[in-house]
Design a protein around this ligand. Structure first.
Ligand code: AMP
Length: 603
């Protein structure tokens, strides 16, 4: 198997390092089949004695065919009892022979709480390798990036301890706090405007303020801007809209206002900040203008692209980014998860709709469960068979698949829940469009709310209407990304037999009850990250959902099978609903949220 170049050593020139990395990528994609079999063999050989593999009868056999025949394809729910044992402190080799170093808290949820993904120390190295491939690829399309800086808004989030003492935190928090990030050797590609101390500050206001201030101070040196997801970058622009007067004062005087109290942040920022009345005046003039169209290239004139994920649900932010960015290229570089990092985009300047991620064959062992197409009739509902799974190199162009991974950290044939479509190949390695995440109805930031969860929350909230002899007859929902931050909107049609007016307070209670009932990722986004705005209920006039049905039927839906959609995205339908709104209400306050999992807090 090709050896990954040691990206951390600084022998050899910067160009040579890029070449080495690209050659490595060339080699592993050319030999994708051999590499994948080797990875599977390595994972199984290391872990052959672990309880999970024994339980499933692997019996010391690391054979590829045996694995394919014996190992079940699983979801998080199947693994939960084992994960809970590890979280509770069982240190025996349950899933993995190497010690589980921590849990990565996924934005996917189970029972309303974040999923806990086991990880091992060496996984950080594997993930760093993916990061190190991004800029050599980018350099082929946008040269000289090493001569400027990246203004990236990066954040850490709070961490918790499991009852057994393991850390549980998001994957990026784990990465930014690791020596791979903090002690990275000098590399012009990781030359960011934000000092590490500002990224590593847990207070989200201080972190954002200081990162924005440093980005503004160094505005002409900035060649690229970004955040992980589009929603995060838009949040940063919104922050600037609110706080530019204070930021300009600090730039003018070369002082840092007293709201920034973290001593490490203060010290790091003061190394960069110098009194600059001219720059302050320039920023002030731009920010005062009525239109913020093109504010990114106006304030950071040498920006060549915006580096954010705009595939999947994040595509809803493309119009906003195009507005602020004046059509600067939107670049999606990578596809990754808490379970495993997956792939990179080899054509980063392509349109967002054309983004395809090449899976990196060394990250884990990948299999693919074909997803039946709409036109395949009743067959599509047949339960999958594990024999249907195909290997990385055997996927077919144009076909959709659900991704299944086997990782070094103890996941075996684990369904990630992402649906991917084969868009092409890089040598033998397939390239995928991200189609969607299974069962996600609503998403604004990293939250993922499914229909069942939404339904349970709505049913609970609608009981507030009963004292007014009113009931909910129909509802649907919409993730409104046009507000900053975006928010969930619910359209309610109500049937009331009495004349009593339902007070505003009651609807506001309904909004809050829904928010309280949604999963912890949603509530964290509302409370801690403030990346989701208050939930809104729009009451629509009676007969609106009949009109919705008429519309669907006139567009070819079957009258017998018609069900009101629980979530809508299509603009004409949203217009139809909005035209019939009689009143609207917002959640009056944030729902409750505390770091960690509910069961740990009560213990
Ligand atoms: P998490 O579980 O919080 O680590 O989130 C991982 C999930 O985020 C993936 O399984 C995808 O559903 C989504 N995701 C990650 N990267 C991308 C991307 N580039 N485009 C679309 N969705 C992505």
């Amino acid at each position: 198997m090709p050896e990954a170049p040691s990206t951390l050593s600084d022998d050899g020139s910067f160009d040579e390092n890029n070449k080495k990395l690209l050659q490595f990528f060339e080699d592993i994609t050319t030999n994708a089949d051999e590499v994948q079999k080797k990875i599977l063999n390595e994972i199984l050989s290391r872990n052959i004695g672990v309880e999970y593999l024994q339980r499933h009868g692997l019996n010391g056999n690391t054979d590829y065919e045996n694995f394919k025949e014996i190992m079940p394809v699983v979801t998080y729910e199947d693994l939960k009892p084992d994960i809970d044992r590890i979280a509770d402190g069982d240190r025996s080799s349950i899933l993995c022979s190497q010690p589980i170093s921590e849990f990565l808290t996924s934005s996917g949820t189970s029972g309303g709480e974040r999923k806990l993904m086991p990880t091992v120390e060496e996984e950080l190295g594997r993930r760093s390798l993916l990061y190190s491939l991004l800029m050599p690829v980018m350099d082929q399309f946008v040269p000289d990036l090493e001569k400027g800086k990246g203004m990236y808004f990066l954040f850490i989030k709070s961490e918790a301890k499991t009852p057994g003492g393991l850390l549980a935190r998001p994957v990026l928090t784990s990465y930014y706090k690791s020596s791979y990030f903090k002690k990275r050797p000098y590399d012009p590609y990781t030359n960011y405007t934000s000092p590490d101390e500002t990224i590593l500050c847990l207070d989200s206001y201080q972190s954002m303020y200081s990162q924005m201030l440093c980005g503004l101070c160094q505005n002409t040196q900035v060649f690229r801007v970004g955040a992980v997801f589009a929603s995060g970058f838009i949040r940063a622009i919104r922050f600037l809209e609110k706080h530019w007067p204070l930021l300009c004062d600090d730039i003018r005087n070369g002082t840092l206002n007293s709201q920034i109290t973290d001593p490490l942040v203060r010290e790091a920022v003061m190394k960069i900040l110098k009194p600059n009345p001219k720059l302050a005046e320039f920023i002030e003039t731009e920010c005062r203008k009525e239109s913020w169209k093109g504010i990114i290239p106006r304030l950071w004139p040498n920006t060549k692209y915006i580096d954010v994920i705009v595939t999947g649900t994040m595509s809803q932010y493309i119009p906003t980014l195009n507005y602020y960015g004046s059509d600067l290229p939107l670049v999606c570089t990578m596809y990754a998860s808490s379970e495993c990092y997956f792939g990179i985009n080899l054509n980063p300047l392509c349109k967002p709709s054309e983004v395809a991620y090449t899976l990196i064959p060394t990250m884990g062992y990948f299999e693919f469960l074909p997803v039946a197409r709409e036109d395949e009739g009743p067959e599509k509902s047949k339960p999958y068979d594990k024999n249907d799974l195909v290997d990385l190199v055997d996927v077919k162009l144009g076909q959709e698949y659900e991704l299944v991974v086997t990782t070094y950290a103890g996941l075996y044939r684990y369904r990630v829940g992402d649906i991917l479509k084969v868009a092409g190949f890089k040598n033998k390695a397939p390239q995928f469009h991200f189609v969607c995440r299974k069962n996600v109805a609503l998403s604004i930031d990293s939250d993922k709310t499914d229909e069942v969860e939404l339904h349970d929350a709505v049913v609970k909230a609608s009981t507030h209407l009963l004292p007014f002899e009113a009931s909910l007859t129909e509802y649907t929902s919409y993730a409104d990304a046009t507000t900053i931050p975006g928010h969930y909107v619910l359209y309610w049609e109500i049937n009331q037999s009495s004349e009593t007016l339902i007070p505003t307070l009651v609807f506001e209670d309904c909004c809050l009850t829904i928010e309280e009932s949604l999963n912890s990722v949603y509530r964290q986004c509302r409370v801690s990250d403030k990346s989701i705005g208050p939930l809104e209920i729009k009451v629509v006039e009676n007969g609106t959902f009949d009109k919705l049905m008429d519309y669907a039927i006139s567009n070819g839906a079957s009258i017998n099978q018609y069900k009101a959609p629980r979530c809508v995205k299509y603009a004409p339908i949203i217009e139809l609903l909005n035209a019939r709104v009689v009143s609207s209400y917002f959640s009056p306050k944030c729902p409750k949220w505390v770091p960690g999992q509910k069961q740990w807090c009560s213990s």
